[in-house]
Design a protein around this ligand. Structure first.
Ligand SMILES: Nc1ncnc2c1ncn2[C@@H]1O[C@H](COP(=O)(O)OP(=O)(O)OP(=O)(O)O)[C@@H](O)[C@H]1O
Length: 948
């Protein structure tokens, strides 16, 4: 509490007792003349230091009239340092105490406001400086010198240097009167030494201000410059007083005019902003300074009521990634420093514990080495098992590839043998036909017969002999391959068992993540090797498929040339004989020429797709065999067998050699579905290896099946090569196949003759239309247009035909049927002879009686040959009697809703005419779904049929 006594008051004057100017003021602390510098500092400023390093701004300023001790309080003397020195000493002391956790940076600036001009006391040569306000609203002195240091002694030197630059002039009131306001600014920046991505930085400023004292001109007796200085000082102090008055008003004017002086602008935050502010008011105890003391105390009392909004200055620094390097470097240096500190402190206690740790480390290293050695051994076993498995898989792949090559070579040799067998059969049939002709014609029987008495003997060519020998060699090699595969697959199963045991043992031995990772990588490498092997297998498979495709394409090209040659010769024949060609036939020629290539391509593509799918399925199943168990291996073996069997079905049938006079063939119009199936499922007929007669497709099928079963029968045999007995058995098997084929071919020919033969007397009644249930179901398998279709479609049609067709003789003969074949040859020859005879009569009759009802050869029922996309309607217009000889007989659609295959006949040959309508009707019932049917005319005049 401060009591200001009125020096002019007279205690004896009762009348003026109530007019006393004595006043009492209450302040936080009041010091008398005996107060020391330390006491003043501790009571006013010392408490601000803790807030300063915590981020709170602080201001301490000394206020009062001139000569009252402001400079003494703030700066002090060498023996009695003032607040400046004490504050800085305590600040640096506090920084040093917390420097282990926090990192500080302290900067200092020192200026004076002299005559409303700012001078840098640390660098007076910089001239007068300006005050500027930054974007945050804080007042900054532009160009002020800021010295950064954490050395207290250096700060003191700077402070002394700055004080020497301060303007001080003697006045009447004070010999060391300060003519300016001195402002010492200390900025403290601190941050944690544990740097992080998001760093918290505290920043605070401390203002310590030694104001110039207000003065009266009468008191100071200033003149000139001093008077001018005093005016500036008083004006700035007046502005400060106005700000204090404004800030102290509770409900008054909110506007604070800081801009009246640079002092108030500089103390803006200190007075009413973010700062803890301490005002030290100085007064003189002299009664002559009563008015100054009263004003000072009045301002101080008002300033007491000013409330500031103090907040901690925190900066959250988010470091850029480029600064991480320096952060890491700092952290490492900090770690190293702490390590050094710890090592120094614990050096005396570390000696005893070091031995124990060393022993523990040795034990751990020894145990880890032992487990690592065991792991390495298991890993080597696993790698060895994997490598052996891969070697065996590669060997199996090579064997499979070789097996496929053998299959292709076997097919080629079988074709060679089949061609020769067909040629021999053709000659035998020709001899039999001539013999029958001689027996039928009495006139001819009297004549000298040109045909030989015994069937022509056709010895095997060298090529056929070589083919048989190669076939035997290939089968022997195939047998070896199968035995090798069995051995390799057994070995592979053993290796898989060993690897499985190691794989089960390893997880129990794995004790670290590194070992687990190594094992995982090892298994991954093994899987990749397996994938690589599979890819190689696929590459080999594709190569085989391509070779097979080349073979198929070659055959299709030959077939295309054959068909084209036939058609060209037909057209040449028509042109030479100037035969009348129906317009639709001409259009058919044009369509054929346009679509010939496309249809061939369709066939090739269809066949190729089936072949590729079959090969791929078989090969994929086989490639997966090493990865499967025993059951899957056996299953894949069956798959392989099925694949090879199916592939043999792709062997094309053999056609007669074009160009011969007796082999001029005309294509009949079979059932549309049969055509379609033939297009898709039946390989094109083609002649291979010289002249050959047409052969039913079951021949190659039967031969292939027989050969296919041979290796299987020897699958479990011995490892020795084929013995002589086995070789003879195989050769006999091949020859017996030829005999079977010949027998089957004879039956097919017989069936063809019966199909063309009219019913014997009495005439048969018309059969009911065949329903779809009677048709042979289209087989999804790749197959030849064999006589099976005819068998399946040959329902009973009269006593004679029923007795012939219902017998299963046209089916592929079983081996046990073979002995019966020679016995039935004579009977079949008789029936065939009779059939040909009846057929000729029927055709002659039909030429006379039914010719008007015939229609020219139209686009047939083959949907591929429809000219306008519509099935041809029956022609209402009857043909003239001189109908073109090259026509196809077709019954009216109305009487055969299921479609009727017609018979093409060549009327240009003597004794051959169009068929009877009834005959065609009956044939339509007897053999509707029939594949390609060829009717050729021989020189003898009798019709000869070939079908396949
Ligand atoms: N408490 C004190 N003890 C001893 N001497 C003091 C004390 N206070 C002031 N003085 C002395 O009084 C004289 C004037 O003091 P000072 O210069 O500090 O006054 P001032 O308020 O700064 O004046 P001005 O405003 O003119 O600068 C100085 O010589 C100083 O040594």
């Amino acid at each position: 509490m401060v009591v200001l006594m009125d020096p002019g008051e007279d205690p004896d004057d009762i009348l003026r007792a109530n007019r006393s100017r004595e006043k009492t003021y209450m302040f936080d602390v009041a010091f008398d003349c005996s107060a020391s510098q330390e006491e003043v500092y501790r009571s006013t400023t010392k408490g601000l230091i803790e807030g300063l390093i915590s981020g709170y701004n602080a201001t301490v300023f000394a206020y009062g009239p001139t000569g009252c001790g402001k400079t003494y309080t703030m700066l002090g003397t060498d023996t009695e340092p003032g607040i400046y020195v004490r504050t800085l000493n305590d600040l640096f002391h506090a920084i040093e105490e917390t420097s282990d956790d926090m990192q500080y940076s302290v900067s200092m600036s020192y200026l004076e406001i002299y005559n409303e001009m700012i001078r840098d006391l640390l660098n007076p040569a910089s001239g007068f400086l300006d005050l500027r306000e930054d974007s945050k609203g804080e007042i900054q002195v532009a160009g002020i010198t800021e010295v950064s240091t954490i050395n207290a002694r250096e700060i003191m030197d700077l402070l002394m240097k700055g004080n020497k630059q301060r303007t001080q002039e003697p006045t009447a009131a004070n010999q060391t009167s300060s003519r300016s306001h001195a402002v010492l600014q200390v900025a403290v920046r601190q941050q944690s030494r544990c740097r992080d991505i998001l760093q918290e930085v505290r920043f605070a400023r401390l203002f310590m201000i030694d104001l110039a004292g207000s003065e009266r001109a009468s008191q100071t007796q200033n003149r000139g410059q001093r008077l001018k200085e005093g005016a500036h000082i008083n004006r700035s102090l007046l502005a400060l007083g106005n700000c204090i008055n404004a800030l102290s008003e509770k409900n008054g004017n909110k506007y604070i005019n800081y801009r009246d002086s640079k002092l108030t602008r500089l103390l803006k935050d200190s007075l009413g902003g973010n700062s803890r502010t301490v005002m030290i008011a100085h007064i003189s105890p002299a009664s002559s300074a009563f008015e100054e003391s009263r004003n000072t105390l009045t301002y101080a009392d008002r300033a007491k009521s000013i409330r500031t909004r103090v907040k901690r200055n925190l900066l959250n620094v988010s470091y850029h990634i480029a600064q991480y390097t320096s952060i890491i470097s700092d952290l490492r240096s900090e770690i190293q420093r702490l390590k050094n500190k710890i090592s120094e402190q614990a050096s005396h206690t570390h000696g005893e514990r070091a031995d124990i740790r060393q022993v523990q480390a040795e034990v751990q290293a020894h145990s880890s080495l032992q487990s690592r050695a065991e792991m390495d051994q298991l890993r080597e076993q696993l790698i060895r098992a994997f490598r052996q498995q891969m070697d065996i898989r590669r060997s199996l792949m090579e064997l499979e590839n070789r097996h496929m090559d053998i299959q292709i070579d076997t097919s080629k040799h079988l074709l060679t043998i089949t061609d020769w067998e067909q040629e021999r059969s053709r000659r035998v049939r020709k001899w039999h036909a001539e013999r029958r002709k001689e027996s039928v014609s009495k006139e001819d029987s009297e004549k000298e017969c040109d045909s030989p008495e015994s069937p022509p003997d056709m010895s095997e060519t060298q090529e056929v002999t070589m083919a048989r020998e190669n076939l035997v060699a290939l089968m022997a090699e195939q047998k070896k391959i199968r035995k090798k595969k069995v051995v390799l697959e057994r070995r592979l199963r053993e290796l898989r068992g060993e690897a499985r045991r190691v794989e089960e043992l390893l997880p129990r031995r794995v004790s670290s993540e590194d070992q687990r990772e190594v094992l995982g990588l090892l298994c991954k490498v093994h899987e990749l090797e397996i994938e690589n092997t599979e890819m190689q297998s696929h590459a080999l498979l594709k190569d085989s498929v391509i070779r097979h495709k080349d073979f198929v394409v070659q055959r299709f090209e030959q077939h295309s040339r054959l068909c084209h040659e036939i058609i060209q010769q037909q057209r040449q024949f028509i042109n030479d004989h100037r035969l009348l060609v129906p317009q639709q036939l001409q259009q058919l020629y044009e369509v054929y020429s346009r679509e010939r290539d496309d249809r061939s391509l369709d066939r090739a593509v269809a066949l190729d797709k089936v072949t590729i799918r079959t090969l791929r399925e078989g090969s994929l199943a086989k490639m997966a065999t090493p990865l499967q168990d025993v059951e899957s291996d056996q299953e894949s073996v069956h798959t392989l067998r099925g694949r090879t069997t199916t592939r043999r079905h792709t062997l094309p049938p053999i056609l007669p050699e074009p160009g011969g006079d007796s082999n001029r063939v005309f294509k009949n119009s079979p059932h549309p579905r049969q055509i379609k199936h033939s297009l898709v499922m039946t390989p094109p007929p083609i002649h291979i290896n010289g002249p050959a007669s047409q052969e039913d497709s079951t021949l190659s099928h039967s031969v292939s099946s027989h050969l296919d079963t041979s290796p299987e029968s020897s699958e479990n045999g011995v490892d020795a090569p084929l013995s002589g007995q086995e070789r003879q058995q195989i050769l006999r098997g091949v020859k017996s196949i030829s005999v079977k084929a010949a027998c089957r071919r004879s039956r097919v020919l017989e069936a063809d003759a019966l199909l063309l033969a009219p019913p014997p007397s009495p005439p048969l009644s018309p059969l009911p239309p065949r329903g779809p249930a009677h048709r042979p179901a289209p087989s999804p398998q790749l197959r030849h247009a064999s006589s099976d279709d005819n068998l399946s479609s040959s329902t009973g049609d009269g006593p004679a035909l029923q007795g012939t067709w219902t017998r299963p003789r046209l089916r592929p003969p079983a081996p046990r049927d073979m002995p019966r074949e020679p016995d039935s040859q004579a009977r079949r020859r008789k029936r065939r002879s009779r059939s040909f005879e009846v057929t000729g009569q029927a055709l002659s009759q039909s030429k006379v009686t039914v010719a008007p009802r015939f229609r020219p050869l139209d686009s047939t029922s083959d949907t591929h040959l429809h000219i306008s996309g519509q099935p041809p309607a029956p022609l209402p217009r009857p043909l003239p009697r001189a109908a073109p000889p090259l026509t196809r007989a077709r019954p009216p659609h109305s009487t055969h809703p299921t479609g009727s295959p017609a018979v093409a006949s060549d009327s240009s040959s003597p004794g051959l005419s169009l068929g009877h309508l009834g005959l065609h009707k009956r044939r339509a019932h007897l053999r509707p779904p029939q594949p390609l049917l060829y009717v050729s005319t021989a020189h003898t005049g009798g019709p000869r049929t070939r079908k396949h």
